[in-house]
Design a protein around this ligand. Structure first.
Ligand SMILES: Cc1cc2nc3c(=O)[nH]c(=O)nc-3n(C[C@H](O)[C@H](O)[C@H](O)COP(=O)(O)OP(=O)(O)OC[C@H]3O[C@@H](n4cnc5c(N)ncnc54)[C@H](O)[C@@H]3O)c2cc1C
Length: 455
């Protein structure tokens, strides 16, 4: 077996492929699928044993509404979810709904069907570089360290792990170095959703606009006039809840899981840095304690929850933002405000600047109106430091505020599709990833996308 020399040891090479995707999450799974559609040999290295990352292991659903038409790989995934009898369209919003188990299964199936390799339970550790390129990466598996060689590498770790170890500069947090709020999501089963809906309607809820048996949403943020607030305040005065439990409460149904809702909370108080491993661990412990209180309170207080119980805690923390690479172009809030267009624009975003701030301040630049969007340039995915590296995920090159818009799942998926296409282009035409003319990829997209997303 071929080996590479790493820290005074010979490490066996497990794969030598055309494309190695590090992180099989929201972006990584899509980048891999896109590369496989272009017929290049691809391996996904994922530290857990399921694909989807924040979407599945952090239990984050649904995909936020966007007026931007999703690209091909997004459509492919949605089509396959439909074949699995998962409804994705609520008939009112342009959210794309799913349930976590079906999504990770669908992503895995699509990749395996296309001949992709999956290396689960494999933690990226470090990379080796030669002449400005990554020659191989080192991963830790249940059988110890292995090396993976590839012509192209996708950093889809969301924390810019591969980029940072390859010498790419990064930024993190706002001007004060504070990251967005962490959430620790969970699911409850045994909910009588119909009773809950009827109760919410009887209370005069106007928050959930959707009128569909499978799709429903509840929320409570103090001072926003939500009908659940008096119930939460009573929970507080009765001693069932603490002040910190009331900061943000939200839950969504999961299509295909009739009595289940997925909770976009609790917000973890007091953790200002998502890049600190000790603080992340403290956030888990704190979140678990808060989940226990919420899941004990709801059956006592809210009709529909009488028989409900905790069925699942996320196996990945809900990290909205950590490191962002400083690539060839840093996308800024000015680009958001100007509805920027670029010659190498390869994806579009239109979600508002959605900052869940640790300090509680709300940054609210005017949301874009229907049909307006900004473009994301290819240069925000590539770096000066590693010629055969491309980045896909929430950590592409952007400012803190801009990241708060482009981080939503549909945008992350569209960016990731292009990362996979770029790897194939690099392999087929022997051009370094950081030397590809993004305008060429834009043309390739325009020619291939059935929906002709670029006018
Ligand atoms: C609490 C919360 C609520 C949100 N709500 C919504 C919402 O309602 N709708 C919406 O559209 N967006 C929402 N978002 C935003 C969106 O879900 C994320 O920005 C997006 O999913 C991030 O995708 P990603 O690919 O960058 O990261 P991820 O999906 O997290 O993928 C990263 C992957 O890399 C893997 N990985 C990391 N390190 C290593 C390593 N060393 N070795 C191997 N693998 C590794 C991880 O296991 C993971 O699979 C929310 C985000 C959060 C945190």
């Amino acid at each position: 077996m071929e080996t590479v020399f790493f820290f005074n040891r010979n490490i066996p090479v497990l794969y030598d492929v055309e494309c190695a995707v590090v992180g099989g999450g929201t972006a990584g799974a899509v980048a891999a699928l896109s590369a496989l559609e272009e017929k290049i040999e691809t391996v996904v290295i994922e530290k857990t044993i399921s694909l989807g990352g924040t979407q599945t292991n952090a239990l984050v659903s649904p995909m936020m509404p966007t007026q931007v038409k999703g690209q091909r790989i997004n459509d492919l995934i949605i089509e396959r979810l439909h074949k699995e009898n998962v409804q994705t369209n609520d008939g009112t919003t342009s959210c794309s709904w799913f349930n976590t188990e079906s999504l990770s299964y669908v992503l895995e199936t699509l990749i395996v069907e296309r001949g992709g390799h999956l290396l689960y339970d494999a933690n990226y550790v470090d990379c080796l570089k030669e002449n400005g390129k990554i020659s191989c990466i080192i991963v830790n598996t249940s059988n110890g360290l292995y090396a993976v060689k590839a012509k192209t590498f996708v950093d889809a770790t969301a924390d810019a792990l591969l980029s940072r170890t390859a010498g790419v500069p990064v930024e993190s947090g706002n001007e004060e170095g504070q990251n967005q709020q962490i959430s620790f999501r969970f699911e409850m089963g045994g909910i009588d959703v119909l009773t809950l809906r009827n109760f919410m309607k009887a209370e005069g809820d106007t928050f959930c606009k959707i009128d569909h048996p499978e799709f429903f949403e509840i929320a409570m943020v103090p001072g926003k006039g939500h009908v659940l607030e008096p119930y939460f305040q009573k929970g507080l005065s009765d001693g069932h809840l603490k002040e910190e439990d009331l900061k943000y409460f939200q839950a969504f149904t999961q299509p295909g899981k009739n009595t289940v809702m997925s909770f976009n909370c609790p917000h973890i108080p007091g953790v200002f840095q998502t890049t600190d491993p000790v603080l992340r661990s403290k956030a888990v412990t704190k979140g678990r304690e808060m989940i226990r209180r919420l899941t004990a309170f709801l059956p006592k207080a809210i009709p529909g929850f009488e028989q409900a119980y905790l069925i699942k805690e996320a196996s990945q923390l809900g990290i909205r933002e950590s490191y962002r690479i400083k690539g060839k172009y840093i996308l800024t809030e000015q680009d958001y405000l100007s509805r920027a267009r670029f010659e190498d624009g390869i994806a579009r975003g239109d979600w508002y600047i959605d900052v869940h701030s640790v300090k509680g301040q709300t940054v609210k630049p005017e949301p874009l109106t229907k049909g307006e969007y900004y473009e994301i340039p290819y240069r925000s995915l590539i770096t000066h430091e590693a010629a055969n590296l491309i980045v896909a995920g929430r950590h592409i090159s952007s400012t803190f505020l801009m990241q708060a818009s482009l981080r939503i799942q549909p945008t992350v998926r569209d960016v990731a599709q292009v990362a996979g296409m770029a790897c194939a282009y690099s392999v087929k035409y022997s051009v370094d990833l950081n030397n590809i003319d993004g305008a060429l990829l834009r043309r390739q997209l325009r020619n291939r996308e059935e929906k002709a997303w670029m006018e």
